[in-house]
Design a protein around this ligand. Structure first.
Ligand code: ATP
Ligand code: MG
Length: 332
């Protein structure tokens, strides 16, 4: 059976982009794949995380998976740091990946900003750990948002180089699964930037914990141009903010962008934004509510994470043993 791996960083501010681009897609895949869903807390600490907040946010990622409909009986839900094999394989991949490959990663450039000398080494090596997350289960498919495409190509390069260098067929070549109507949700404040947990502006994103009032306020303040909505998708060209809001509506309503435009052609944003608020409250609101309910019982979430860690570790162990044998590590 093909195997899915995916993860979300517990860096706080879980948002609508994480839901539409990734978490929502996790649910249906359970019917056709063996699924492993991780709260990637080792990735989160590549930038500073307050320890108490990190613990809480790790449970929150698990709660978000559960609230969205991931079934912990069928799928594995666990925290990355609880399965040591990820870090062990990541070290080996640090020795396979080339500096030149990592130098091309746009996420590092964006996150490190101008003060690159001061970025953590972990932020730089992040894609190697991500490759290890996936390959330690020999996962074949990874559901992610558009922004992770480059990292998955790197995962393939690392797997291929490992196989070539050692003359084995240890690792499969993984395929990204980037699908749904909103693979790249943009910031509400700037249509050229993706919606992110790490954006300093809370008004840039709709989060799992937002209630109706804050969703309404954020959408009211969302940047747009002054024109009414066009009749066709062609009319959204060069209107990134308008295209983003129409895309969000389409994804939440399970419609195509064209269908949304057919309904709202000629409408001003003062009509469209309240309609989008109602839709977001109806479709996204209950998931946030359920996440909050689950967070009221951390022991329940922890029990799921613990069981998930045991199941994940059992799957990772033989792969790591095989890799160590191939590399020539002794086991006296
Ligand atoms: P950070 O700013 O801390 O990197 P993030 O919002 O990018 O946070 P991640 O934890 O890095 O979130 O990513 C989790 C998943 O959500 C990934 O599959 C990623 O591709 C997806 N994702 C993140 N942002 C968006 C977005 N704006 N639109 C669609 N998918 C997204
Ligand atoms: Mg990210």
């Amino acid at each position: 059976m093909s195997r899915i791996f995916s993860g979300v960083q517990p860096s706080g501010n879980l948002h609508l982009g994480n839901y539409l681009g990734a978490i929502r897609n996790f649910v249906g895949l359970q019917d056709d794949y063996e699924c492993i869903y991780c709260a990637v807390n080792m990735h989160a600490i590549t930038v500073w995380q307050d320890p108490e907040a990190l613990r809480n946010n790790t449970r929150e990622v698990a709660a978000a998976y559960l609230a969205a409909g991931v079934d912990p009986k069928r799928s594995i839900i666990f925290a990355q740091s609880t399965v040591a094999a990820h870090a062990e394989l990541a070290w080996i991949f640090n020795c396979v990946a080339r500096l030149g490959w990592l130098n091309r990663m746009t996420q590092f450039k964006e996150k490190a900003g101008k003060n690159r000398e001061n970025a953590s080494v972990g932020l730089y090596a992040y894609p190697n750990l991500m490759a290890a997350d996936i390959m330690v289960y020999k996962a074949t498919h990874v559901p992610v948002g558009e922004d992770q495409k480059q990292h998955l190509e790197l995962t393939r390069d690392i797997a291929q180089k490992f196989n070539n260098d050692y003359g084995t067929e240890t690792f499969p070549l993984v395929e990204p699964l980037i699908f749904g109507a909103a693979t790249r949700v943009m910031s509400l404040r700037d249509g050229s930037k993706k919606m992110s947990k790490s954006d300093p502006s809370d008004y840039s994103r709709i989060t799992f914990t937002d209630d109706r009032d804050s969703i309404a306020k954020k959408l009211r303040k969302a940047r747009t141009d002054a024109d009414p909505l066009p009749e066709t998708e062609e009319g959204l060209k060069d209107r990134p903010e308008a295209a983003n809001l129409v895309g969000i509506y389409a994804a939440l309503a399970d419609l195509s962008k064209q269908e949304v435009l057919s309904e709202f052609a000629g409408a001003p944003f003062s009509t469209f934004k309240p309609a989008l608020t109602d839709l977001a409250v109806e479709k996204f609101g209950p998931i946030g509510e359920e996440m909050k309910k689950l967070m009221a019982d951390p022991a329940h979430v922890d029990a799921i994470l613990k069981e998930g860690a045991e199941r994940a570790a059992a799957l990772a162990a033989p792969v790591l043993a095989e890799v160590k044998e191939v590399v020539g590590f002794i086991h006296p």
